[in-house]
Design a protein around this ligand. Structure first.
Ligand code: CLF
Ligand code: SF4
Length: 498
């Protein structure tokens, strides 16, 4: 295991001893004695594809433990109307609905990207996901990408679009070395589409109903085919709308796989009357977690599914699941800023070594567990508190989301994440919040964190959830395998005994 401590941009990762020391004074003091699938790895693809996804947090689940994305909200115009969108807010196709971002000019956006790159060494991807459609507002999207790559040539460019205007820009995307494009495809049947899109604007004319959805569908398929043909990786986003496209998404999944999409991200509709959308105002509900899981399971064997999406903001900054956008608002940006590549380069080198080490540790744990546990042994769900680096390195009270891994004789796999309000506020635990965290963790067997106080640990135990801090700073896979072996009544793995 890597022996050096690395502390970059607020993310501290390193050897267990060094990290325990570093974290000893940091944390909650509100109780008791201690104070209160979507796996995409090198073996899954050819080396050229892996080179494109290995540092993209959305295209590789593994990468999302190490690398950050940022969005710049430069493209406010849109050419269609989705029933889950209110234009007062950002594009809900790849942004959390009901959220308004700070709109930037391409010049401001380029300045912001440089400021973030200097402060957040994990930054690897610049995405444009609104606030409208990146291709409907093409000039601003293109100018932003062009300005940024002049200063930071190794940043990956990523774009999200509803697809209608996308075919017109594919050649320019190739010229700009854009490797990753998301198309939101909610239907392949215009009759279904008519329930989602009231109108589109295409060629200076508005189209309505089924006719509009037919055009949109044809343009989306054309864009997908053109991008795949040119070697650009395409992620398809689909918003799951119960009663409208839930069963239909199986057909979408098959079709986009057939056409060569790299990933399919099925996102839950978030519908709230307060957002003022057609669906929100007419009572169209979003899916439950169980309904989302059912559709994802039904798609097994089709296009690879992304399960670690966090439905970001159009101005998100940081690792998926964290949002540092407020640190880089326009009023905090320097008037002039020069890019310094040193921190990002150091970080990349460190990640390359750390990843290899983690992968080897995960393989060892899998081999030992698989050899000694009966294949019929039940699967466990283990939630981890992590702030990146693939390690158990966050205090229970600080976690505003838990990543849930499933483990069986086949190894440890990311399953889903669950969000909650962090239990500790200003160093003190809040009971109401703990009740909500417990509700969030329903169905989870064990929680692994870097530290927890006696009081919340006992309350969670009463609710049937074991919380362990013994695996603090271990790799997630090593720790989760250890929990599994203990549950199965087996001796610790060799690495743990040593
Ligand atoms: Fe942004 Fe989207 Fe590119 Fe990622 S987000 S444009 S592909 S860099 Fe990622 Fe955020 Fe989910 Fe999008 S977690 S909403 S899938
Ligand atoms: Fe709104 Fe995005 Fe749909 Fe345009 S594509 S209507 S901005 S959700």
């Amino acid at each position: 295991m890597s022996g050096n401590i690395v502390s970059l941009g607020g993310l501290t990762i390193g050897s267990k001893d060094a990290l325990e020391k570093a974290m000893a004074s940091d944390g909650c003091s509100s109780s008791g004695a201690t104070g209160c699938g979507s796996k995409q790895a090198p073996e899954d693809m050819d080396p050229a594809t892996w080179a494109k996804v290995k540092d993209h947090p959305c295209y590789s689940e593994e990468a999302h433990h190490y690398f950050a994305r940022m969005h710049v909200a430069v493209a406010p115009a849109c050419n269609i109307q989705c029933n889950y969108c209110n234009r007062k807010y950002d594009c809900a196709n790849e942004s959390r609905p009901g959220v308004v971002s700070e709109r930037l000019t391409p010049e401001e956006a380029a300045r912001k990207v440089i400021a973030v790159a200097n402060e957040v060494p994990q930054l690897s991807v610049l995405g444009i996901a609104g606030p409208g459609d990146s291709c409907a507002d093409w000039k601003k999207t293109k100018e932003t990408f062009t300005r940024v790559t002049e200063d930071i040539p190794d940043i990956r460019l990523c774009l999200s679009s509803n697809g209608l205007a996308l075919p017109e820009h594919v050649e320019e995307l190739v010229d700009m070395n854009v490797d990753h494009v998301t198309i939101t495809i909610n239907m392949i049947d215009p009759e279904v589409g008519a329930k989602i899109y009231p109108w589109i604007r295409y060629g200076n004319k508005r189209y309505y109903g089924v006719e509009a959805s037919k055009i949109l569908h044809e343009r989306q398929m054309l864009a997908l085919d053109m991008l795949v043909e040119r070697g650009i990786l395409v992620k398809v986003n689909s918003v799951l709308i119960p009663g409208i496209n839930d069963e239909h998404l199986l057909e979408v999944n098959k079709e986009v796989k057939r056409r060569g999409a790299f990933l399919h991200n099925i996102m839950p509709l978030i519908s709230d009357p307060a957002h003022g959308t057609h669906f929100g105002l007419t009572g169209q509900r979003g899916p439950t977690a169980a309904e989302l899981q059912k559709v994802q399971e039904a798609c097994a064997g089709g296009a690879n599914l992304m399960k670690h999406c966090r439905q970001c903001r159009a101005d998100a900054v940081g690792l998926l699941g964290e949002d540092r956008g407020q640190e880089f608002s326009l009023d905090k940006l320097p008037e002039e800023v020069a890019y310094d590549p040193a921190a990002r380069e150091t970080y990349k080198d460190w990640v390359a070594k750390e990843r290899e080490d983690r992968r080897a540790a995960a393989e060892d744990a899998k081999a030992e567990t698989g050899a000694s546990v009966a294949e019929t042994a039940p699967k466990l769900l283990v939630a981890v508190a992590t702030q990146g680096g693939g390690r158990i390195n966050q205090h229970f009270g600080h976690a505003s989301e838990f990543q849930v891994f499933e483990v069986d004789t086949d190894g440890v796999r990311f399953a889903f994440h669950r969000r909650c309000d962090n239990y500790c506020v200003d160093g003190a635990g809040e009971e109401d919040r703990l009740d909500r965290v417990i509700a969030t963790l329903e169905g989870i067997d064990t929680v692994l964190c870097a530290k927890i106080g006696d009081c919340p640990r006992e309350t969670l135990a009463e609710a049937g959830i074991t919380v362990l801090q013994d695996h603090a700073y271990d790799y997630i896979e090593t720790a989760v395998s250890a929990v599994y072996r203990a549950r199965m009544g087996l001796a610790p793995a060799r690495a743990e005994r040593a």
